[in-house]
Design a protein around this ligand. Structure first.
Ligand SMILES: [Mg+2]
Length: 261
């Protein structure tokens, strides 16, 4: 199969080649090396063609200081291109920690308050649906507590720290490179040899839930910033895992971010 050559790739080159028309070659013209397609015309004349149609073919004259340096057999993606980054982020972390130890809280609106019970710092989906916003002072939602049976918790950082450690320890089973980014999120370097990273993300979600009782969202992309955005999309659209692969998809999501925020 003919190699597809893109920027940032390694080329496997045969230095003792038998070249024929249309081979991709590394040619030396004078002191310069270039990668071109070899064309041998009917009259025996030799030309070097670029894949980019904007570049004119280079005719080779007998007097040119020219040689076929090698024939390109394969192309390989560089190691740095073989990595993708996953941002694993716990959903409604403080609330989810409280729910692990009290399953009766599932499907109930739950909020966690800041130190001294000042304001709301975590909400379950049900609490969000009641219109309770992050940072709302507690006294402003007191009327909902009874009427909507909202469960309210003072923050318990000993519990959250312990649950965080369980999640982080579990994440090390999926990648040798884990960066703890905050109490409830971490970046993982993922090898892309196994290209189906959405399946890998689903596996991370399923196992973290089984091992810790916490649900997470996973955003996968070539950079940390894009992985963060992918994670946001995963949460907003309740998809669980979102992978941003193509440049077009990245552009689409970034344009969406710019228009919304
Ligand atoms: Mg979170």
């Amino acid at each position: 199969m003919e190699p597809i050559i893109c920027a940032g790739q390694l080329l496997i080159v045969d230095r003792m080649p038998e070249t024929t028309d249309k081979d991709i070659v590394i040619a030396r013209i004078g002191n310069d090396l270039c990668v071109k397609r070899l064309r041998v015309l009917d009259d025996g004349a030799v030309c070097l063609h670029s894949e980019n149609p904007n570049y004119k073919p280079i005719p080779i004259c007998i007097e040119d200081n020219f040689e076929i340096w090698g024939k390109v057999l394969h192309s390989i993606q560089l190691f740095s291109k073989l990595k993708m980054i996953a941002l694993v982020d716990c959903n409604n972390f403080y609330v989810s920690c409280e729910r692990v130890f009290d399953p009766t809280l599932r499907r109930r609106p739950v909020v966690v308050l800041s130190n001294n019970d000042g304001c709301v710092i975590a909400r379950s989906e049900e609490a969000k649906e009641l219109g309770i916003k992050m940072g709302t002072p507690y006294f402003q939602i007191e009327h909902l507590i009874e009427s909507k049976e909202v469960a309210v918790f003072s923050s318990n950082y000993t519990l959250y720290g312990d649950m965080s450690a369980r999640v982080m320890e579990s994440l090390h089973r999926f990648s040798p490179e884990v960066e703890h980014y905050s109490i409830d999120e971490a970046f993982l370097n993922l090898e892309t040899r196994n290209r189906n990273l959405v399946v890998k993300g689903e596996s991370i979600r399923e196992k973290i839930y089984r091992w810790t009782g916490l649900s997470v969202s996973v955003g996968i992309a070539p950079t940390k910033t894009l992985a963060k955005i992918a994670n946001r999309v995963a949460k907003k659209e309740r998809k669980g895992v979102v992978e941003l692969t193509s440049d077009n998809l990245c552009d689409e999501v970034l344009t969406d971010c710019v228009t919304k925020f």
